[in-house]
Write a protein that binds this ligand. Sequence first.
Ligand code: NAP
Ligand code: MG
Length: 494
Amino acid sequence: MPTATRSPSRRAPELIFGDLWSFDPAPETADPKLKSRYELFINGRLVAPRGGRYFESINPATEQKLADIALAGPADVNAAYGAAARAFRTWGRLPGRERAKYLYRIARLLQDRAREFAVAETMDGGKPIKESRDFDVPMAAAHFFYHAGWADKLDYVAPGRRVAPLGVVGQVIPWNFPLLMCAWKLAPALAMGNCVVLKPAETTSITALKLAEIIADADLPPGVVNIVTGAGEVGAAVMNHPTPAKVAFTGSTEVGKIIMRSLAGTDKKMTMELGGKAANIIFEDAPLDQAVEGIVNGIFFNQGHVCCAGSRLLVHEPVADRVLARLKQRIRVLRVGDPLDKNTDIGAINSREQLAKIAALVRTGVREGAELYQPPCALPPRGFFFRPSVFSNVAMSHRIAREEIFGPVLSVLTFRTLEEAVEKANNTAYGLSAGVWTDKGSRILKMSTELKAGVVWANTYNKFDPTSPFGGYKESGFGREGGRQGLLDYCRLV
Ligand code: NAP
Ligand code: MG
């Protein structure tokens, strides 16, 4: 029964919203079918690491151990490359329409086990279940479907030219979209007829190894895909091995540079998908409520662990106060907490190290004089969590405006003219993505030509599709993933 104290008019705004949006917990109950131990996937079989060593993968929301993961050594990486090289002799010559059948099978098996994969992804990496369920897993399946469709049409990848596979490819991926990054890497490589050795990130290997189960169930010939697990040294062994004709890396700019330095002078083909510090630009004529949703999605999707996150908000001065006020109101109702709860908007930070890095950069922002806003939400007592954070009064020289934070932290800057917006947006070492919010089509076209970014979203943000090439300018890397352009990076022209 309503009481006087429950009258919304007497309550502070955050408490009114708290009441309106308080849900009971709704935990996802699908069984993730986790094993207690995961082995390496080499030559179509699950094999123990030769060194006999394992490391733990934990759930960052509970800090509890999920499984032991095999630690690959140099001999295992050698074995994986040996298997890939042998498999290439037949896989590379198989007609595209035959390769397509395997890719379709992988896509369908992934769809069959979508719920199980979503829960496993959320438990191992900390992302909200609504994202792994509605984004990561369906998009991963979509990438296999899309590239299956290409496999028998490769004559159209480079019109007028014939294409041939490169051979064996080494691939290393990060922890922010563990399964989806596997799909981005494997699907185009396999469609084109290459064989692969892939290393997932240390904190999030489980869904890659579950994908190995699907690959085996799909009867993919042994050795076409090999998965070796471990930390950075294993990644370095995969990248520096003499066998691969190409290496594909997704991760930080810092590690990307190390790999480029060590491969300089070799004839290996390389693609690098590295960091970003994207500008999300709001003009005064933009639909502001929609733009606020786009800002929230741009920076708080996947806890901000997104290379193309809209981490720098550039707002036209006439609407800056209004946008900031609405944004603060909006983030007060974001739900931070148990990633397995279907109502959760912001889950766990992927690791203790990443949490410490985010917290340190936020402290720097405060020290440098920016103004920090964090909503008054309670955080779970265990696990790695961070409040959604918005910095205003940010200067271009601040570290929080220049460095990739890779967490739920937004830096807000303002501009007066289109030229100033372009100048500020491009004034960064990165160039992966940008967003433009305006009512004028001509302004969208002007901005998308002027912005030095691989992807420019207009009146939306963080939208992905397998048909759409994704990749960077400048220190965000080179090469494209997705679409026809992505396939070009996995073939040679003959
Ligand atoms: P990271 O530290 O560079 O790690 C990426 C991968 O490289 C991991 O598997 C890592 O292994 C491995 N690695 C570490 N040191 C290595 C070395 N010396 N040689 C070879 N491999 C090595 O990056 P992260 O912190 O995991 O991921 C976040 C970064 O990835 C961000 O900068 C983000 O912007 C970027 N990213 C870019 C894209 C894109 O498409 N442009 C997409 C997603 C993420 P361990 O993790 O096991 O140590
Ligand atoms: Mg984990």
